[in-house]
Design a protein around this ligand. Structure first.
Ligand SMILES: [Zn+2]
Length: 89
């Protein structure tokens, strides 16, 4: 698969999780490229302490995903109750 659109955070996590040789490159690249975007769409739930984010429906049917803590540090993320803790699930 070849995708020339800007790398999505999900792809970034997949790359890192799969220990792709390019993971380090993407880590550095996305660190700068998506930081502003990420800070606006990723939150830390003060109830369950998970880091979660709003995603497009084509990424995940529920429109949100939870990020593994080792991939997405919770430091600096805004606190916002996740959909599960808000009783939306
Ligand atoms: Zn929660």
């Amino acid at each position: 698969m070849c995708q020339k659109k800007s790398e999505h955070i999900i792809d970034y996590i997949n790359r890192k999780t799969l220990k792709d040789p390019k993971a380090e490159y993407w880590r550095l690249y996305t660190k700068r490229a998506v930081k502003d975007k990420v800070d606006k769409t990723i939150f830390k739930c003060k109830s369950c302490n998970n880091v979660w984010g709003i995603v497009s429906k084509y990424i995940h049917i529920k429109k949100y995903i939870y990020y593994p803590k080792e991939v997405m540090p919770s430091i600096g993320k805004k606190e916002k109750m996740c959909p599960v803790c808000r009783g939306l699930e």
